[in-house]
Design a protein around this ligand. Structure first.
Ligand code: SF4
Length: 391
């Protein structure tokens, strides 16, 4: 037998687990082997004591094992090792991992035909390790074969649908838009994720931050902390035009009388001035955020500027998990009840149960800054509400 984990052959001892009947007949045992017609309710009382569960796949076309794994992880919260066992093939590896398996046990005859390299290559070549569309209503559904087809497509946007966030960024930054792509960051609650990914790919990528002069001091400190930690060497704070500022908001209180004009002066025009130098921009928008974004492409082409949305299929939980995994510091205002952070005069805390962005421009119909292009031009906020990134 061979045991594969992360595409590599494990040197750990490979032992056979007892079947369910044997486990239930004894008072001890930390592993079990389940047939693919198992009634999981029978196993439930013993689950907390188990470290390893093997799930049998009698043939590679029999998919019941996938469903068992998903139920064990989601419904029963099983945290131990899940092993798929049977005549599986490398093409199934990514989906096995997505369903919650940790490793795959195949017999020697199968492994003889398709060895460690085949399994590892199948995983390396297939970037949708987490094909969210399959299990989360979070964008267009995509299975393994569809993703492979997408990657072979002549259409660039379709190809990106086969990439995970990291691969999409690498492909855009290092290949398709090399030297022509920019990231505009609000240094908000989620910002550390993209900044971290980008810094690992190319820390010289231009990163723009709108220095409106109205930010919380905590945001500015967070900005400095992230820029230093990630070693971003092309970080640029973008200021409003000094002449326009003196003419249109000499006392710095325009936000009290006309928020749209204030955003236009301090955000839209300064960003427009800088960002139009680039062919493509990276955004942190996610499909779950609004109904309008539900089918948003990872790579949006066709407008005046290409938009890359590498986190399109991410959930809020994915962001939290990534930050924990990489030990990224949270925005200091998160602990104080701010779930979306913008300029200080226009941001309030969010009460329990409120939309995360309810604290932005509270008591006003304004929900966006009007910063994104739609079909090659800046679209009025009213016309495209909900499709923009909030800065
Ligand atoms: S968010 Fe408020 S303070 Fe900031 S630019 Fe817009 S209106 Fe002005």
């Amino acid at each position: 037998m061979a045991l594969l984990k992360s595409g590599r052959l494990s040197k750990a001892d490979i032992t056979d687990s007892p079947d369910l009947e044997t486990l239930l007949a004894s008072n001890s045992g930390t592993s079990v082997r389940l047939a693919n017609d198992v009634d999981l309710e029978t196993l439930a009382p013993r689950l907390s004591g188990l470290k390893t569960i093997e799930v049998e796949f009698p043939g590679y076309a029999d998919g019941r094992g996938f469903s068992i794994a998903r139920q064990l992880r989601r419904r029963y919260g099983f945290q131990g090792e899940l092993v798929a066992t049977g005549p599986l093939i490398p093409d199934q590896y990514a989906y096995l991992l997505q369903c919650g398996f940790d490793s795959v046990k195949v017999d020697d005859a199968v492994f003889e035909r398709q060895g460690e390299d085949d399994w590892r290559n199948a995983l390396d070549a297939f970037d949708l390790t987490y094909q969210r569309g399959y299990v989360i209503a979070n964008g267009p559904s995509m299975n393994v074969l569809a993703a492979r087809r997408a990657k072979r497509s002549d259409d660039l946007s379709a190809q990106y649908e086969g990439y995970d966030a990291r691969r999409a960024l690498e492909q855009a930054i290092s290949h398709d838009y090399n030297g022509q792509i920019v990231l505009a960051s609000s240094m908000g609650i989620d910002s550390a994720v993209l900044l971290h990914m980008v810094s690992e790919i190319d820390n010289r990528l231009p990163v723009l931050f709108l220095e409106t002069g109205k930010h919380f001091k905590e945001t500015l400190a967070y900005r400095d902390q992230l820029v230093a930690r990630f070693g971003l060497t092309n970080f640029q704070s973008i200021l409003p035009d000094a002449t326009q500022l003196a003419e249109e908001d000499p006392d710095g209180i325009l936000n009290q009388s006309d928020k749209d004009s204030c955003c236009n002066l301090r955000k839209v025009r300064p960003l427009d001035r800088e960002i139009t130098k680039y062919t493509a921009r990276i955004t942190g928008r996610k499909r779950y955020q609004t109904p309008e974004r539900a089918n948003m492409a990872i790579l949006e082409t066709g407008g005046r500027q290409v938009k890359l949305n590498p986190l399109a299929s991410w959930t809020a939980k994915d962001v939290t998990s990534y930050m924990r995994l990489h030990d990224l510091p949270p925005h200091p205002l998160l602990a104080l009840g701010f779930l979306s952070v913008g300029c200080e005069p226009c941001t309030t805390r969010v009460a329990e149960g409120e939309d995360p962005r309810a604290g932005r421009w509270r008591n006003s119909s304004k929900t966006e800054c009007g910063i994104h292009y739609i079909n090659g031009k800046w679209v009025p906020i009213e016309a495209e509400r909900g499709t923009h990134e909030v800065f």
